[in-house]
Write a protein that binds this ligand. Sequence first.
Ligand code: MN
Length: 242
Amino acid sequence: MMTRRQAIKTTALASVALATLPSAIAQTNSNAPVAAAPSGPFTLPPLPYAYDALEPYIDARTMEIHHDKHHATYVANLNKAVAEFPDVGKMSVEAMLKDLNAIPERIRTAVRNNGGGHFNHSLFWQMLKKDGGEPTGDLAKAIDSAFGNFPAFKENFSKAAAGQFGSGWAWLVVDANKQLGIEPTANQDSPISQGKQPLLGIDVWEHAYYLKYQNRRPEYVAAFFHVINWDFVSERYKNMAA
Ligand code: MN
């Protein structure tokens, strides 16, 4: 088995070899070890826990397909989109989404959808944890002040999640004035494109829950509240609202 260092070296050497091939050969040699080379600047972050860590609320098979297939596809398609625009590929995905109008028109929709998918899911995995407790510190106070109390927040957030028509997300956001709000987005749109920072988000695409909950989205939303990583969300609020 290759060590990681060896693998990096081999990949680097393969890239050099490919780069020095006459272009006609490089284009026709479809068996070249090109698949081993990085396919672009963006990479799929590993799931920070086991597939079954959120059972029984979110099942292992759903987590596996959601992360390994769906999120991976957003990353692959984002890499594909930026392949001809190296300057865009050097940007962080957050910077791209914050100013979509600055993205070349030809890839703007692809960046919005796949960059959004990559950004949203990268956050989503970290927002989840079994027995994640309740909001703490300043966030707990801010939720009480914005929504009345935690149960009222939960009710409003759940309504937004259940009510998002078709694929999308519901978010707890903090805006530029440090005010909390709840808002849904369609598809893979992210609140950061509207100048708001997502603190907590629930993915309500069917791929996030269909295997276990089928058409019963409200049951999935109720289950989601058992697996929120409130430490992560509270810490995020502390950094954003500081
Ligand atoms: Mn998803």
